[in-house]
Design a protein around this ligand. Sequence first.
Ligand SMILES: [Zn+2]
Length: 168
Amino acid sequence: MKTALCNFCLKSGILCQKCSEKIKSGELTQLDLEIARLLVSLENTYPSLQNVHFHKAVEARDTIAIIVGRGDVPRLLGHGGKIIKALGKKTGKVIRVLEHGSDERKFLEDLFAPLSIITINTIWLPDGTTETRVILKGRGDKPPFNIEDLKEIAHKVRNLTLRVEFAR
Ligand SMILES: [Zn+2]
C-alpha cells in the first residue's frame, strides 16, 4: 500500500508527528486512516494490495468510496471480490472503488459498476448550474447500491450533481 501516511503508523496503530499533523490539518481524515489501516492489514492475505496507491476514502451514509491510483481498481476488485467483502464486513458499509484522476465517464462507470451506462449528458438548469444525467441499463428496481449515496459521493469527489435514470 502506498499512501500519504507512513507504514509505521499504519502498522503500529500509533501516529508519528508527521502523520498526526496531516490529520490535524485536514489533509487526511480519520476515515482515510481507518481505511488505509484496513488495507494494510489485508496485505498479507492479498499481496496485490502492496502495489495499490491509496488516495482517499469518502463516505456517504451507508457507502464508502475508496479512491486509488490509475490502474489499481482491478487490484482491489480482483480475488473474486474478497477484498471488497472483507472491507465491507469490517466497516459495515457498501464499498465502491474509484480511480483517482480518471475522466468523467470512467469515474461514473466505476461508480455505478456493475451496471452499464447507456448515456451521459449535461443538463443546463435555468439558474445556470448543470446536472449530469446518467442513464443506466436496467429497470432500476434493485440496484446493487444506494443511488442517493452514490450521488452524494459524486458530489463530494467531483462536485457533480447527478440525475440518475434507468432504461432498458
Ligand atoms: Zn507516520
